[in-house]
Design a protein around this ligand. Structure first.
Ligand code: ADP
Ligand code: MG
Length: 206
């Protein structure tokens, strides 16, 4: 293995481990958010998926970055279940398909855009419906607008908060109609957590 490959494996391992840690630290919060406007399984779903990634971390980390994302996405589809499993799985697999082995900021921007489009197609959804897309799309916009890492983190936090007054028109929460208003969307919150982790790991010092 070349020095560059060894470094990439360390980065990949650290990134997926940090995502798993961040999700596992917030399982109860994700459960409570989904209890309010869904069926209460989002915390358990995400934990199951990211623990499976963690269990396979040695294999995933040794792959080139695109293949690592594809493998993680496949695991999420298989393990997470619910609506969010196929959607997060699609996000990660599409990132893997679009990313080059050593992406720069522009590569991340275009790959993230392609991955969001894949989620929209899979979910038949768009921003404004109180879903994970209400964090992913504003973060993409911030990245496209040249935002700093600190500004991207802030954009993700603001976007998750902005789902509170929204009425859900997609996913299980939409069954509640107006009663979905007043709660943060669980998938928006889990997306925020994953974006923050990527910012911390890939963006250098805050
Ligand atoms: P389920 O709704 O099947 O119980 P989860 O609780 O794991 O699955 O995930 C719920 C989250 O999935 C929601 O909070 C929302 O962010 C996201 N979601 C659901 N349906 C869609 C969709 N069609 N497009 C985008 N995101 C969606
Ligand atoms: Mg649920």
């Amino acid at each position: 293995m070349s020095d560059a490959d060894t470094l990439q494996a360390l980065i990949n391992g650290a990134l997926f481990q940090a995502m798993a840690d961040r999700i596992c630290e917030h399982v109860d919060e994700l459960t409570e958010l989904d209890q309010a406007i869904g069926d209460g399984d989002h915390g358990a779903n995400m934990k199951r998926g990211f623990e499976a990634i963690e269990a396979d971390l040695d294999t995933i980390a040794l792959k080139p970055l695109p293949d690592a994302f594809r493998a993680a996405g496949t695991t999420l589809v298989m393990k997470v279940g619910g609506a969010s499993g196929p959607l997060y799985g699609t996000l990660f697999m599409a990132l893997g398909k679009a990313l080059p082995a050593h992406p720069d900021r522009d590569d991340w921007l275009s790959a993230f855009g392609a991955a969001i489009d894949a989620v929209k197609a899979r979910g038949k959804s768009e921003a404004g419906q109180k879903t994970m897309l209400d964090v992913l799309v504003p973060v993409h916009d911030a990245l496209a607008g040249g935002a700093s890492i600190a500004e991207i983190r802030q954009a993700a936090a603001d976007a998750a908060t902005a789902t509170i007054p929204m009425q859900a028109t997609k996913g299980r929460a939409s069954f509640l109609g107006e009663r979905s208003i007043g709660h943060m969307d669980p998938g928006a919150r889990s997306s925020q957590l994953l974006i923050e982790t990527a910012c911390d790991l890939l963006g250098g010092p805050r």
